[in-house]
Structures are given as structure tokens and as C-alpha cells.
Design a binder for this molecule. Sequence first.
Ligand SMILES: [Zn+2]
Ligand SMILES: [Zn+2]
Length: 92
Amino acid sequence: MAKKLNIDCSCDDSVGYICGPHSKEKLSQQLLPCPFCGSTNVKLDNLVDADDFFVSCGNCEIQQIANYSPETAIARWNRRNAAAPQKGETNG
Ligand SMILES: [Zn+2]
Ligand SMILES: [Zn+2]
């Protein structure tokens, strides 16, 4: 039985069809807590009209440099979490 998320749509995770918002929410569940403040209020997002994905923290409001794919954004976020925090790396 597919887990229902709080978005009203007709996609069905059990058959592998997931809409955009649900896909992002599902991917966000792979994210580790914020490396700067430890908050789990982190989310994957993308720029409007662009395939640039980034992870942001809803607590300390740090935002990742945009990445080409959601998978890359998640990998970089989780890798940074494992490494020593680097303050100020919010913009290119
Ligand atoms: Zn959906
Ligand atoms: Zn944070």
C-alpha cells in the first residue's frame, strides 16, 4: 500500500509513477540533517524555470549552490554533512 503524502494528486508510488512534487518530497527523505545547525527541517527544491536543484535549511536558512540534478544535490548535501562544516559556502 502506497504511503500517502500530503499532496493531493493521482500519482501512484506502487507502480512507479510519481508526480514532480511527490518526487521531490520522496527524495527529500534521503537528506541528512543540516550540517550547520543539525535541523531536520531541510528540503530539496528547484529554481523556477530551471533544472537547478538545491537543498535548503528551514531553520538557519542556509542554501546550497544549485546543482544539475536532484541526485547530485542530495549527494553533495549528505557529503558535506559528513565532512567538516564550511561556513560561507552559500554562493558561487
Ligand atoms: Zn503525487
Ligand atoms: Zn540549518
